[in-house]
Design a protein around this ligand. Structure first.
Ligand SMILES: Cc1cc2nc3c(=O)[nH]c(=O)nc-3n(C[C@H](O)[C@H](O)[C@H](O)COP(=O)(O)OP(=O)(O)OC[C@H]3O[C@@H](n4cnc5c(N)ncnc54)[C@H](O)[C@@H]3O)c2cc1C
Length: 649
């Protein structure tokens, strides 16, 4: 690391213990140590270099990805890394690869040893969100005790599965199960796609990559694939039979295991997505914050330095809520880990009572955190002005690689509508004596939430967590009640749901924001050691809540949860909070403990030596390999010469 630290002065201003904050961010001292070790291991290994990634052709990028995946696998074995360490190492390699999906699935011991490579093939060219609309068929043949997997139409071609295009040897394929003449809906089947000897597709299988995706580098390291089956036969025991089975005689048997069992896996996957959202958001915020402290514009007094752009209130009001959101998502992600453990324990005890609520809650949090993060990365790019648009700012690639998260594992709008459906069901059961559980428990205080009035009189009253919490609960509840009332006016409930879906979406968002805020408050009730650490987290918690209140003021006022005057007081308090965040901003992003390698950003480098590095990076561009570009003689010179002749005439 270069000796000069352009952020040294900023770092001296911090009012809290950085090392303790790093542990809070990581979740525990052990997590911190593992994460720190793995990040350094990756950063110091030349194979994991990524600074030229956006300039590689697709073919070279893909080969580079295979090389990194193989090298990571080798290092994991050589160093005998634990599963947790291996996971960390892969995430710091920071290049989407077939291994992401493979590990995701964890279905077979063979897969663990990497003797086969798996992918998850659900989506088709014609159908994604509507899983029940899938067209691929799996027809049971009782003569041979096999399923025949077939793609009957062009739109039934599998389309998008990660790792499918070029690498996977096997896939979990979702197809319509047909026995006799009966269609039993969509089920999963394990299908071998490629030879384990020479990797060529097996007979009846057409497979390839779907093509270049958004951005340079980014998700193009992944071989999202297309797949067609022409009457491919697989043994009967390759159907995934936990929820339903097909017997040797071809009888379809629905087991008594509830279908909701699959919710357990969904809770797990979505919990990791929320946790990844906090990482991606923190990364963008770290870059924008460090750069905002280096960048100066206007305000020079008597020839002195200009103003750091981080000192502009507009910059703070765009940046600090994102910083606060990164911490808020971190804590809700931590809580989701607990929720997953709780759900798993209950499933083992055959207790399915909390599953629908856990499912709705994780669907909503996946949607909300990923949408906010995607928008926030773009906002961070803008916060970095022109230089944010340079590839080496790290932000364009981060944006390109992140945004599909809003679509995969459930389109964000479709997920929020599921949450809204659950909220409407919960509201409809309120009078029946069925108590709302978990994150909907607040709805049990219906009478109070419909009547309560916010008591804020001065700006500082907005610092009380109980005051903000009540305002958020009342707003979320009243929005749900308003939707339920409007829905009841429709004679056809489905028609009404569709007509009111934009309002329902907003009610679902209000509910999700309440969850994130309330989990942040719960975190603050824990013992948090370290000088000033809890204080900083309290300030950020208030920033998180009050910026949402300001942004959604219309919701709060139209539901009469607060008055316009109270809204103005909240905004006044928010401004004061920004001033408290300001001296700590750089150290709050240092607490993410990201290496320069992982950040991959000239603007976000630890020591803030931005201009020197921008200058050096420019000269590394292949266009600057020669002073006169290729094509000059053919295309530029003739024009110039003609201009000269014209000028002489
Ligand atoms: C990078 C990437 C990786 C992927 N990896 C995999 C993988 O490994 N395996 C796999 O099987 N699939 C994968 N997918 C596919 C992904 O799961 C689907 O794209 C996703 O489920 C969305 O479905 P869709 O494309 O059909 O979108 P659509 O459902 O067609 O969405 C189009 C629009 O319609 C809206 N819409 C849809 N339904 C409704 C509704 N009921 N009400 C209101 N609005 C609606 C959506 O909000 C959206 O605006 C991947 C996709 C991407 C982009």
């Amino acid at each position: 690391m270069e000796a000069l630290d352009y952020h040294a002065e900023e770092r001296r201003k911090a009012e809290f213990d950085l090392e303790e904050m790093k542990i809070v961010w990581a979740g525990s001292r052990q997590n911190y140590e593992i994460s720190d070790r793995m990040a350094r291991l990756v950063a110091s290994d030349p194979v994991f270099r990524k600074d030229n990634r956006t300039m590689l052709s697709r073919k070279d990028l893909f080969k580079d990805t295979l090389r990194k995946a193989a090298h990571a696998w080798k290092r994991i074995i050589e160093l005998r890394l634990s599963e947790e360490e291996a996971h960390m190492l892969r995430s710091y390699v920071d290049q989407p690869a077939f291994t992401d999906l493979h590990w995701h699935e964890k279905w077979l011991p063979m897969a663990y040893k990497m003797q086969i490579i798996g992918c998850y093939a659900q989506t088709e060219l014609g159908h994604g969100s509507n899983v029940q609309g899938l067209e691929t068929t799996a027809t049971f043949d009782p003569q041979t005790d096999e399923f025949v997997i077939h793609s009957p139409t062009l739109t039934s071609s599998k389309w998008w599965p990660g790792g499918l295009g070029k690498v996977s040897t096997h896939a979990v394929v979702y197809a319509r199960l047909i026995t006799g003449a009966q269609d039993h809906g969509v089920h999963g089947f394990i299908v071998q796609l490629r030879s384990l000897d020479d990797h060529s597709p097996l007979p009846g299988i057409t497979v390839g990559d779907i093509g270049m995706k958004f951005g340079s580098g980014a998700y193009n390291s992944m071989d999202n694939g297309l797949l067609r089956f022409d009457h491919v036969r697989i043994p009967r025991n390759q159907m995934l039979m936990r929820v339903s089975q097909v017997t040797r005689e071809g009888k379809f048997v629905q087991s008594d295991v509830p279908r909701q069992l699959v919710y357990g896996t969904m809770v797990y996957v979505r919990q990791t997505i929320v946790s990844d959202a906090s990482c991606a958001l923190a990364r963008a915020v770290c870059i924008a914050t460090r750069y905002s402290a280096v960048r100066r514009q206007f305000g020079s007094q008597n020839g002195g330095p200009e103003t750091q752009v981080i000192d502009y209130k507009t910059q703070q009001s765009r940046l600090f809520p994102l910083l606060a959101s990164a911490y808020a998502f971190r804590f809700v992600g931590e809580w989701l880990k607990w929720l997953y453990a709780d759900v798993t324990q209950r499933l083992q005890a055959n207790d399915f009572s909390t599953l629908p609520e856990a499912h709705a809650c994780t669907a909503g949090l996946k949607s909300m955190t990923t949408s906010v993060t995607a928008d926030a990365i773009e906002e961070c790019r803008k916060l970095c002005g022109g230089h944010g648009y340079l590839s080496n700012s790290g932000l364009p690639e981060l944006f390109a690689v992140y945004i599909p998260t809003c679509t995969y594992e459930g389109d964000n709008v479709v997920l929020l509508l599921q949450v809204a459906r659950f909220l409407m069901k919960t509201v409809s059961q309120l009078g029946s004596g069925k108590k709302p559980v978990g994150t909907t428990a607040y709805m049990g205080r219906a009478e109070h939430l419909m009547q309560c009035r916010c008591e804020v009189e001065r700006a500082e009253d907005w610092l009380k967590p109980s005051v903000i919490l009540e305002a958020f609960e009342a707003r979320a509840f009243r929005m749900s009640i308003a939707c339920a009332k409007n829905l009841s006016k429709f004679s056809n409930p489905e028609g009404g749901f569709s007509e009111l879906s934009p309002d329902l979406l907003e009610a679902a968002i209000a509910h999700c924001q309440l969850i994130v805020f309330s989990k942040y408050i719960e975190k603050l009730q824990q013992d948090i050691p370290g000088k000033g650490v809890k204080r900083q987290l309290e300030i950020l918690c208030n920033v998180y809540a009050l910026h949402l209140l300001h942004k959604h003021l219309g919701d709060f006022v139209t539901t009469s949860c607060i008055t316009p005057k109270q809204g103005a007081l909240a905004n006044e308090q928010l401004r004061l909070l920004y001033s408290q965040v300001r001296p700590n901003a750089i150290t709050l992003v240092d607490a993410f403990n990201y290496t320069d390698h992982y950040l991959g950003s000239v603007l976000g480098c630890y020591n803030g030596n931005v201009y020197q590095r921008l200058y050096e990076e420019a000269w590394k561009d292949p266009l600057n390999d020669t002073v006169v570009p290729d094509g000059y003689l053919e295309y530029v010179r003739p024009i110039l010469k003609q201009h000269i002749r014209t000028a002489r005439l």
